[in-house]
Design a protein around this ligand. Structure first.
Ligand code: MTE
Length: 327
């Protein structure tokens, strides 16, 4: 579906008032009833208000901050926390960016994670037990949304590889499927029946065990807030942001490529691989540049979001021929 809108950075300053943005957003929300908003390049919205007292204390708060792994520090300014934690995509709570308040309904405990499929022995584990088993560290990563906005944030968490090792997949397993919770009473967006809930994502096992693949459980030296995907979400910085599934409850190992949320919804626009590439446009907009959250500066996008040295080899084999690696 074609949604025409002026991009946030194209608005003259005189129009960029909260009221005009509010009106634009309302009209986009109406349009979204017939199709995906992910497809609309981001508008600069006012910072969402959500008083501290409305936020539930996170039981894992004592674990943070954790030591930074300097291997992954990037040469770019950090995005101020208030932008990264108030301008979010989390369709379970609304198909717009201002979901902070709605997301506070997400209960943090009990939270269990099921590990199943092609593993030695399927099991379910509570988030606090999982956190106690995992080697926590901080990594500063870039994040590039398919909508052409970007941020640089310090995630805390653990290498996805550590979770794969805990799971002990069988030799036939080739993919890892990851799923968000499903509970429309908590997440009203899940009443929108045209979306294929629960939000599902997948990686090849080679991608999942690449050193960059990270499970974020914290951000800015604190537990990850609900709007950013508490209590655990994926961070795969060489791919478009929609791969980084939030609030995961299931990791399932399989020998079949999982069908993902956006691929199911819009197969002509969103694929399985979704590697960042400035030379491969989205069918409806250029991917050559990205707008930095906070400053709104537009900067050139880089192949694999600047992480080519870590991941190019993943896509070099003959099996990759003909794959749409960049959508
Ligand atoms: N995970 C779930 N469950 N639901 C979503 O709507 N949106 C994705 C990704 N993970 C999404 C999700 C998209 S499009 C992006 S860009 C990032 O989350 C945004 O993460 P952030 O809000 O922490 O910046």
């Amino acid at each position: 579906m074609l949604i025409k809108s002026k991009r946030g950075w194209e608005l003259p300053d005189s129009q960029a008032t909260p009221e005009s943005l509010f009106r634009i957003r309302r009209s986009l929300i109406k349009t979204a009833a017939a199709g995906p908003l992910l497809a609309v390049p981001a508008l600069t919205l006012p910072i969402a208000a959500c008083a501290e007292e409305e936020r539930e204390a996170d039981p894992s708060a004592g674990l943070y901050p954790v030591p930074r792994n300097e291997t992954y520090t990037v040469a770019r300014d950090m995005t101020p926390e208030k932008y990264a934690t108030s301008y979010n995509n989390f369709y379970e709570f609304g198909s717009h960016k201002n979901i902070v308040k709605a997301a506070q309904k997400l209960p943090l405990r009990p939270w269990t994670v099921t590990i199943d499929g092609m593993v030695e022995k399927p099991f379910t584990i509570g988030i606090d037990e999982l956190l106690a088993k995992m080697p926590l560290e901080e990594r500063v990563y870039r994040h590039r949304c398919v909508e052409a906005w970007a941020m640089t944030v310090p995630w805390s968490g653990f290498a996805l590889k550590a979770l794969v090792e805990l799971a002990r997949p069988s030799s036939g397993a080739k993919y890892l499927m990851m799923q968000t919770f499903k509970d429309a009473a908590v997440a009203p967006g899940q009443k929108q029946v045209w979306y294929p809930w629960p939000y599902t994502e997948g990686l090849t096992l080679a991608e999942a065990t690449n050193e960059l693949a990270f499970i974020a459980t914290g951000i800015y030296g604190k537990p990850i807030p609900k709007q950013n995907g508490a209590p655990l979400r994926l961070a795969v910085p060489w791919k478009y942001g929609f791969k980084s599934v939030k609030s995961i409850v299931r990791f399932s190992f399989t020998d079949k490529r999982p069908t993902t949320f956006w691929e199911t919804f819009g197969p002509r626009e969103y694929g399985f691989w979704a590697n960042v590439n400035p030379d491969v446009d989205h069918p409806r907009w250029s991917q050559a540049k990205e707008r930095l959250l906070g400053s709104d500066e537009k900067v050139p996008t880089r192949i694999y979001n600047g992480y080519g040295e870590f991941v190019t080899d993943l896509y070099a084999g003959p099996g990759m021929r003909g794959q749409k690696l960049f959508m």
